[in-house]
Structure formats: structure tokens, C-alpha cells
Write a new protein. Structure first.
Length: 202
């Protein structure tokens, strides 16, 4: 199998996943800053990874350029961040907004937890983030998941939820790319709630 992993990583989390995936697949991991739209030519599988930041996938402009030149035979996208990865409607909407139709048709998507440092947020980001934390604080402690509990302590310490083992299903899919798939139905547009957006230290 001839594969390539292209990624955009601002602070390291996405890079960690990309390099892990590339190592397992025996292929290159290329920072999008050094990639060209033609890099996917000749590859059986093209994998793109980027963090989610306020509803946008980091480096998604590269996907627009790539779609103008090639459509990979097999395409996989993975995102990182602190969004609730069980919220499939939100994540599917992010994919629809950021991945060109030509690439999204038939592509596989995977979503992994990333990391975040409060110090890395700009002023307006912090304002929005504090509003999100207020919603978490309103929950009873027993109703909070590990992600929410960690976020409540973000001013004291960096939140790092990177779990490289969570990329194993992506690796398995890449190695058996032609295996049958179970597609999820497209979400209705009104299922998207921008208040669910979190920030990725990707």
C-alpha cells in the first residue's frame, strides 16, 4: 500500500497523531506547510489531519487546492480537538463545511481528542471559552465526563487528552481500505449548534 499523511498542527497534538499513523503505515507524514496539492498523486490512500478551531479544520484551504488538482482513490480525514467526539452531528457538519465535495464523497472520517493550553487562547477566545466553562460548571459533578472535568482545571494545567491508540481504527481502515463500510446518514443542518464548538490546541 502506498499512503501519505498530510497534516496541519499548530501546537503538536495533530502532529503526534500524524506521525504515529505514518509510522504504523510505513509512509511519510508531511506538514501541510511543505506539501503540495500534487503530493497525493500515485498514493493509494491520502490521509489529512487537522485540529478543529471554532468550527474550522486547520489547513482546510489546502484541501480546496488539492481538490482542484486531484481526487485521491481513497481519502481519509482525521480531526483533533476538545469537541465532544460523540456529537456526530456537529462533527459531520464541520466536515461538510471544510472538506470539498469532491474529496468528501466516499471519504472516511475519524475524530480524536487533542490538547489545549489556556495561555494559548487569545482574548476573544478566552471570553467564549469562559462561557463554555460556565455551562460545564452548571452540570452536577457526577454528570460531567472526563473531558469536561479536565477542562474545568485548564487555568491550572494544560489539558492533554491525546490518546494515540484511538487512531488504531483509522490505521486498520487504511490497511484494509476496500473493506465494506457502514455509512452514517447525513445530519440535518439545524442539528448543528455553534455553542458546542470548542477550541483545539492542535
Amino acid at each position: 500500500m502506498n499512503a501519505i499523511v498530510i497534516y496541519k498542527s499548530r501546537r503538536g497534538a495533530t502532529k503526534r497523531y500524524a506521525e504515529y499513523i505514518a509510522e504504523k503505515l510505513g509512509c511519510r507524514a508531511v506538514d501541510v506547510s511543505y506539501a503540495t496539492a500534487e503530493d497525493g498523486q500515485g498514493a493509494d490512500v491520502v490521509i489529512y489531519g487537522g485540529g478543529i478551531y471554532a468550527g474550522a479544520i486547520a489547513g482546510s484551504s489546502f484541501l480546496d487546492k488539492m481538490a482542484e488538482h486531484i481526487v485521491p482513490e481513497h481519502f481519509i480525514v482525521f480531526t483533533t480537538g476538545l469537541n465532544d467526539i460523540s456529537n456526530l452531528s456537529l462533527l459531520s457538519m464541520v466536515m461538510m463545511r471544510n472538506v470539498p465535495d469532491r474529496l468528501r464523497r466516499g471519504c472516511f472520517e475519524f475524530h480524536f481528542y487533542g490538547a489545549l493550553s489556556y495561555d494559548s487562547l487569545k482574548f476573544m477566545d478566552r471570553v467564549m471559552f469562559r462561557a463554555m466553562l460556565s455551562g460545564i460548571k452548571a452540570k452536577k459533578p457526577e454528570a460531567r465526563d472526563l473531558r469536561e472535568t479536565a477542562l474545568l482545571n485548564i487555568k491550572k494545567e494544560r489539558v492533554d487528552l491525546v490518546d494515540l491508540s484511538s487512531a488504531e481504527p483509522l490505521i486498520a481502515r487504511a490497511l484494509d481500505i476496500d473493506a465494506p463500510r457502514d455509512d452514517l446518514p447525513e445530519p440535518e443542518p439545524d442539528m448543528y449548534d455553534e455553542d458546542d464548538d470548542l477550541y483545539a490546541d492542535d
